[in-house]
Design a binder for this molecule. Structure first.
Ligand code: HEM
Length: 432
């Protein structure tokens, strides 16, 4: 599909075959970024992993830094203890509210921010369940919401200097707050002289060896938080919503966890070996990909064709992962039904890594999400911990069929009505 909004030409690809052509066969010509006007503040787009073109050596350097310092299994393994501790804190949070309705997504979002901040720089950024320390959380929520608002400058670039929608001003103010926040984190670490063995230590080592300038460190942290926190938390909320709507699937997932862990705590290292839990998460991402159109790609060369049509250089290319995940040919029978069992079929070797073009919630090819290893660890850990520690029911008067699965597309695809549910502590031996 080709759209023209104002002066901006956009092509939307909505089938597995079209995604394969763009992200695999022609990856080199379509893996640049179409950069929205509000990313063009404080010089961020020129140092940001999310917005630099893939031809940029700096983009390659930042991707290598992220994948070698943060997302290798050795690195992630080293921070397992932190995540299990943070998961216990989430359990305590819900336990203190046992029997009462909680807004699931809010608590999970706070927990995910602390998961990430502890893996990156060994500090909590949110004081869970209290109003203190909410600035960082609000800043993320605000920045994510801001990126989704329409901007006249994107449709009529010649008006961009006027910033008529005031989007650039808002984005600059948020970005400045991120930079100040991470500058303070970096200063605290440098002044303390302590080593925590986390991502920040490794980034500062590169900095000391002149391999990474300080502005790049705070820009990288900013990108990782903005790209990784809402997406991860929303996936957990969607998973819980689907399971509360489908009690028999919830029972199956809990039975698998009981068999694996008995009355003991969930162990992160075992989660990859729980096929039903993994299938539940894949099925959730198939139906509710947090980035339904990925991030905007751009045709970076003359003479590119997609589906036989010529796509001029500079055209925005959107890949509709949402439609692809519901493709009637790829996902029959019942493409709209929540059925984790479809991923247990051994003929269907479908994983997160972008090798199967009918399932690309993280994108595919050189621009695919670099945070997959962290997301694929944190989402199952949080879901498993929540399911294994509590019976989950709906607030009084609500039946499973009342769970509202309508979505709303802001910067991420989220539930139109936030999920409320009741955690009831399991009255067996203490799990932790
Ligand atoms: C369930 C969770 C997540 C989902 C569904 C998700 C999905 C995506 C998608 C669809 C893209 C764009 C791919 C493209 O344009 O082709 C992306 C890019 C990105 N993601 Fe994720 N992501 C998740 C979690 C994370 C986490 C945990 C991090 C880091 C801590 C992260 C960091 C990034 C970054 C930095 C980019 C931009 C990469 C680039 O442009 O080179 N994401 N993600």
């Amino acid at each position: 599909m080709s759209l023209r909004l104002g002066m901006a030409s956009t092509v939307v690809l909505s089938s597995p075959g079209a995604a394969h052509e763009a992200l695999h066969k022609k990856d080199g010509s379509v893996s640049s970024r179409w950069v929205p006007d509000n990313a063009n503040v404080l010089g961020h787009k020129d140092i940001s992993m999310a917005w630099l073109p893939s031809s940029s050596p700096l983009w390659k350097h930042l991707r290598t830094v992220a994948s070698t310092l943060l997302f290798t299994s050795r690195r992630l393994g080293a921070s397992r203890g932190i995540r299990e501790r943070k998961a216990r804190e989430l359990v305590e949070h819900f336990r203190a509210r046992s029997g009462q309705p909680v807004r699931v997504g809010l608590a999970v979002f706070e927990a995910v921010l602390n998961f990430m901040s502890n893996v990156f720089f060994s500090e909590d950024v949110v004081d869970m369940g209290s109003d203190r320390g909410k600035e960082f959380q609000e800043l993320i929520a605000d920045s994510v919401a801001e990126t989704a608002k329409p901007n006249i400058s994107d449709f009529f670039p010649f008006l961009s200097a006027l910033d008529l929608s005031r989007r650039r001003r808002a984005a600059a103010s948020n970005l400045k707050k991120f930079y100040d926040f991470f500058d303070a984190v970096i200063d605290r670490r440098l002044n303390s002289g302590e080593k925590s063995g986390d991502l920040l230590d490794s980034l500062l080592e590169l900095h000391a060896n002149s391999q990474l300038e300080r502005p790049l460190i705070r820009a990288l942290m900013t990108d990782l938080f903005i790209a990784g926190s809402h997406t991860t938390a929303t996936t957990v909320e969607w998973t819980m919503a689907e399971l509360l709507r489908n009690p028999s699937k919830m029972a199956k997932a809990r039975a698998e966890l009981d068999e694996a862990f008995g009355r003991g705590a969930v162990e992160e290292g075992e989660l990859g070996r729980l096929p039903y839990l993994q299938a539940v998460i894949k099925e959730t991402l198939r139906l509710h990909p947090p980035g339904p159109l990925l991030l905007p790609h751009e045709a970076s060369e003359h003479g590119v064709t997609l589906g036989g049509y010529s796509v001029p250089k500079g055209t925005r290319v959107l890949i509709n992962a949402w439609a692809i995940g519901r493709d009637p040919v790829a996902w029959s029978p019942e493409p709209e039904a929540f059925s984790p069992e479809r991923f247990l079929d051994h003929h269907r070797e479908v994983d997160f890594w972008g090798r199967s073009f009918e399932f690309i919630p993280f994108g595919s090819g050189r621009r695919a999400c670099p945070g997959i290893p962290l997301a694929a660890t944190v989402v199952p850990l949080v879901v498993a911990t929540m399911l294994h520690s509590f019976q989950w029911t709906l607030p009084e008067g609500k039946a499973p069929g009342d769970v509202d699965l309508r979505d709303r597309f802001g910067a991420v695809l989220e539930l139109a009505s936030p999920l409320w549910a009741v955690p009831v502590s399991i009255p067996a031996d203490d799990l932790y």
